[in-house]
Design a protein around this ligand. Structure first.
Ligand code: SAM
Length: 368
């Protein structure tokens, strides 16, 4: 906020240039949702505005306007990420802020350094609205709607959200956030029984007792708290073993395509990579791929990046043929979402070419 006001002052004094994409008029035009914000949040914004005023000491500053700008930040700013979608910070890009949200977007926002770039991930007919996703779209409709309402103060009516409460939406949320069937060979989804004593598999009819589910869920919760403590104390070996235990429990508890199971596997993968345990990391990476394929549309950057991780691990472990397959899949997606002309993409292309060269070399050695 301090930076925003300093830029406004420097631009008004013509010390730095005012451009079509960088000027305070664009910030003035942003939606703030001030009338919809609860009392507690308003008090917080007012306190932060006072602090900004205290730091800046500009005589013509309007505290109410600063508070409103904090509210604008909350629903217009974007998380700046690196090419691997690791968050680096938050930034206000007023031109990008005119873009509305969809849980089934036709475009993605990526960053090339500080530059925000919008790329179409499907054909957008002339006159159709460009839409990006503000949130992680893997959750159930209820979860997504809650997140959008809380932070962006609107009710999404995208093609996915209008299905709320319909039978395929109920099925989808039971898969993403529900329990698995008692029979390990059955991939059915479970719905609460009418007497509320358990959950019935909609494929084979087996019933899972509510108490048995509650017991495993509470084990997962207490183990997750301990795992978090191990991670924050830097004990990665202990943290990975705890997350592996959580993963085992969640395999008993959750549907095989559940988001929380996928997220635990993601955590195990990340720690194993930090521990340079490539073989086990690859096994976990491979486990996440079918869930990624299911929850993300074909051209989603996270799906591309997951193929890339898989490919790099396979290559590192000497599985050149598999590495080529994974990196080619990564390339097919990331060239759409990330373009082709960035150091990150040039690096991927180079790795792919090297892997191809290695594969031909291996083949020629075999032939001799
Ligand atoms: C970053 S702004 C997008 C531009 C905004 N529509 C405007 O006119 O300035 C985010 C705000 O736009 C509105 N918005 C974004 N996507 C929406 C959608 N799919 N349906 C309804 N409102 C939406 C919400 O009020 C949200 O807080």
């Amino acid at each position: 906020m301090v930076k925003l006001y300093l830029r406004r002052k420097l631009q008004s004094e013509k010390v730095i240039p005012t451009t079509a994409t960088d000027n305070y008029n664009l910030v003035e035009a942003l939606v703030s949702h001030m009338p919809d914000i609860d009392e507690k949040q308003l008090v917080l914004y007012a306190q932060m505005a006072n602090l900004v005023n205290f730091i800046l000491q500009q005589p013509d500053i309007n505290i109410k306007e600063i508070a409103e700008n904090f509210s604008k930040f909350a629903c217009n700013a974007h998380t700046i990420c690196d090419s691997e979608l690791i968050p680096l910070g938050t930034g206000l890009y007023p031109v990008i802020s005119i873009i509305n949200h969809s849980c089934l977007p036709n475009s993605v926002l990526v960053f090339e350094g500080r530059l925000a770039v919008i790329r179409a991930v499907q054909h957008i007919p002339q006159g159709a609205e460009v839409l990006i996703s503000y949130i992680d779209t893997t959750g159930s409709t209820m979860t997504r709607q809650k997140a959008l309402k809380e932070q962006y103060l609107f009710t999404c009516a995208c093609p996915r959200c209008i299905k709320l409460g319909q039978s395929d939406d109920i099925q989808e949320s039971a898969v993403l956030e529900g329990y698995r069937c008692k029979d390990e060979g059955c991939n059915g989804f479970l719905l609460r029984s009418s007497d509320d004593k358990g959950f019935i598999c909609q494929q084979c009819g087996r019933v899972r007792d509510k108490e048995e589910i509650r017991k495993i869920a509470s084990e997962v919760k207490s183990m997750s708290e301990k795992a978090l403590m191990s991670l924050s104390s830097g004990n990665q070996l202990e943290a990975v073993s705890m997350h592996q235990t959580i993963e085992k429990l969640q395999r008993k508890l959750c549907h095989p395509f559940s988001i929380s199971l996928m997220q635990t596997r993601e955590k195990v993968l990340k720690i194993l990579m930090e521990l340079q345990n490539w073989r086990e990391a690859l096994a976990y990476c491979k486990l996440t791929i079918p869930v990624y394929q299911r929850v993300y549309p074909g051209f989603h950057p996270l799906l591309g990046l997951q193929y890339y991780t898989c490919g790099k691990l396979e290559w590192f472990l000497g599985d050149t043929e598999d590495a080529i397959k994974s990196m080619t899949k990564a390339m097919d997606i990331l060239r759409i979402t990330h373009g082709t002309n960035t150091p990150f993409m040039r690096d991927l292309l180079m790795k792919l070419e090297e892997a191809h060269a290695e594969a031909s070399h291996k083949l020629s050695c075999k032939d001799e």
